[in-house]
Ligand binder design. Sequence first.
Ligand SMILES: [Zn+2]
Ligand SMILES: [Zn+2]
Length: 104
Amino acid sequence: MLDLRPNCEWCDRDLPPDSPHAMICTYECTYCADCVRDVLHGVCATCGGNLVPRPIRPRVRHRDGVGTGLANTPASTERVRSRWTAEEVAALAAKLRDVPPGER
Ligand SMILES: [Zn+2]
Ligand SMILES: [Zn+2]
């Protein structure tokens, strides 16, 4: 199940589960859209993969027999911060920003 992390790993702003600004990589590294555009340049600072808008989990279950919805599968409350320096982030972004995700 997708880990809905509560904050941007880079700037630490809150990203609640219904935020339209949350973006994730394939490992669920989570950033705000501003940091993806201005700092990461579309490159995850940890894995080097691309970042896409995080799907918004429905608040409630809409079908019997499934455990879906935020009430049943709540968002994480564990804040995650990037372990990389600004220089390390910039170096990886410079290396990969013009490489298509499937070729990284
Ligand atoms: Zn951010
Ligand atoms: Zn990543």
